[in-house]
Unconditional design. Structure first.
Length: 204
């Protein structure tokens, strides 16, 4: 499913909540910033219903949008939305199925200033929305990230980022099941996505 279709058809409430939270921030908090990022996600494997066969998921690009505000001279508060559309091939009839993920997290970002750039360290907590061809589910998750910021001007910043998401899952969930038959399940109780991303931040 395309990112735009996913956002508009399935996540109107989630996006509205995030925007409401962002707009409720006291204007005196300081500089506001919008960041768009494009990256690549390395996905873990699923497993068959009897836990005997590993089922790979495709590594795919991800898109992210962050709304940030200056919390102090050394950091930011941030609302981050991140979307990945990927696939897996079941072990029963070798059919390809979609398996999309939307992350929504509240993060704290610390700035460690260097001579020509800033190193960033971030941690956050939020939700992971998993959606397959058969069902959808929401799980709690956390995220950690390290990155860099190169300031081109007072308003425009180039960003690099290495990020990991850890999501608490259930191996007996029905997200990959249809008509009583489960084509796959989560391999472990924690699902870990890792990403490498590049983007630009505009402050105002």
């Amino acid at each position: 499913m395309s990112p735009l279709k996913f956002f508009f058809r399935s996540n109107k409430v989630l996006v509205a909540l995030c925007c409401t939270q962002f707009l409720s921030i006291n204007a005196q908090a300081g500089d506001l910033e919008i960041t768009s990022m494009l990256g690549y996600t390395y996905s873990p494997e699923l497993t068959s219903d009897d836990n005997t066969i590993d089922i790979p998921t495709t590594d795919e690009s991800n898109v992210a949008l962050a709304f940030s505000w200056k919390d102090s001279s050394a950091g930011q508060g941030q609302i981050l939305i991140n979307y990945i559309s990927r696939d897996f091939i079941d072990n029963i009839d070798q059919s390809t199925h979609s398996f999309d993920t939307l992350y929504a997290h509240f993060n704290g970002v610390t700035f460690l200033k260097k001579r020509n750039y800033i190193t960033t360290v971030g941690m956050g907590i939020g939700l992971a929305y998993f959606n397959s061809d058969f069902d959808s589910v929401v799980y709690p998750s956390i995220t950690v990230a390290v990155g860099t910021r190169y300031e081109f001007s007072d308003n425009l910043t180039f960003i690099t980022e290495l990020r990991a998401y850890a999501t608490l899952t259930k191996d007996n969930d029905t997200i990959f099941c249809q008509n009583g038959t489960c084509l796959a399940q989560f391999d472990d109780s924690i699902w870990i996505d890792t990403q490498v991303s590049l983007g630009f931040a505009y402050s105002f």
